[in-house]
Design a protein around this ligand. Structure first.
Ligand SMILES: CCCCC/C=C\C/C=C\C/C=C\C/C=C\CCCC(=O)SCCNC(=O)CCNC(=O)[C@H](O)C(C)(C)COP(=O)(O)OP(=O)(O)OC[C@H]1O[C@@H](n2cnc3c(N)ncnc32)[C@H](O)[C@@H]1OP(=O)(O)O
Length: 244
């Protein structure tokens, strides 16, 4: 698989734009065939699931100190094994000409990122999306409750994807949140929809809460298609995963 970041990696690095002092070289046109991407994704996401479990186990473990120290040594050895072959930087967003995109490092939906909650966003129609997931001990803010920044992070992601629809590049311009009631750790659901569009400005409304209960956090966001970004580079746009 070709998945090295930077111009040398894919002579066809078509999306490299330096504007507004910002480099978008991490959108990487990468002609790895979709079946190869799917295969790698499956193995990588399995590892990330296990590491996520390790994070939860670490937070909640009450084993004796010497056992913690012994586990630490084993984990360090595993990290060293993975570091034998590494990307020079973060994973970036890759896409191929078949319409497949993959962003394995993304902080919310990255299938290779054990820090990301296991969120699978469902786009039921253009301009509308939802996600159901379980947030465990790693996402705690107030005791037993989801950290407010984690709610904001997850809402930003679903809202950004909803604005984009994987057909155009959008960035969060302004995000406004109203925390109406504490959100307990456990099963949660997010919903998002495009509420309006005007030129390069897309307004998205969203909420998160316990499934079937009153909204805990509501959000309104203005997402912008940056001046420098082209729209509809492919007819079908990009899908995030084999299923997406
Ligand atoms: C191209 C190929 C792409 C390949 C894609 C492949 C696969 C896609 C895969 C994944 C993508 C899908 C989903 C992504 C999902 C989630 C990602 C999470 C979201 C984020 O985590 S994202 C990080 C945080 N985000 C930033 O890092 C933004 C930093 N910032 C900037 O990059 C610029 O600032 C920008 C671009 C925002 C605007 O720059 P610009 O030059 O385009 O804007 P410009 O000046 O032309 O203004 C035009 C009109 O918008 C108004 N306006 C401007 N800025 C505003 C603001 N902030 N709030 C409210 N209104 C604003 C003006 O007042 C004017 O209004 P008016 O026309 O009425 O005067």
């Amino acid at each position: 698989m070709v998945c090295t970041a930077g111009p040398a990696a894919s002579g066809a690095l078509s999306v490299m734009r330096e504007t507004l002092g910002m480099t978008m070289e991490m959108f990487i046109h990468d002609e790895t065939p979709t079946d190869e991407v799917d295969r790698r994704e499956k193995v990588l996401s399995g590892l990330a699931d296990s590491v996520r479990d390790l994070v939860d186990a670490t937070i909640r473990s009450t084993v004796p100190d010497d056992e913690l120290a012994a586990v630490r040594a084993e984990v360090a050895a595993l990290a060293a094994r993975l570091r034998r072959q590494q990307l020079p930087g973060p994973a970036g967003v890759h896409y191929n000409s078949e319409g497949r995109s993959w962003n394995w490092g993304n902080a919310v939906v990255g299938l290779g990122n054990a820090v990301a909650p296991p969120v699978e966003i469902v786009h039921d129609a253009f301009g509308s999306a939802y996600a159901e997931m379980t947030l465990g001990a790693a996402y705690e803010g107030p005791p037993g409750m989801v950290h407010g920044g984690v709610s904001a992070l997850m809402l930003d992601q679903i809202m950004g994807e909803t604005a984009s629809g994987f057909k155009r590049l959008t960035m969060t311009g302004t995000l406004t949140l109203r925390y109406r009631r504490p959100l307990p750790l456990g099963p949660v659901r997010m919903d998002a929809r495009i509420a309006g569009e005007e030129g390069r400005k897309i307004t998205v409304e969203a909420r998160i809460g316990v499934p079937g209960e009153d909204t805990a956090v509501e959000a309104t966001g203005l997402f912008l298609i940056p001046r420098w970004a082209s729209v509809d580079e492919t007819e079908q746009g990009w899908s995030r995963s084999a299923e997406g």
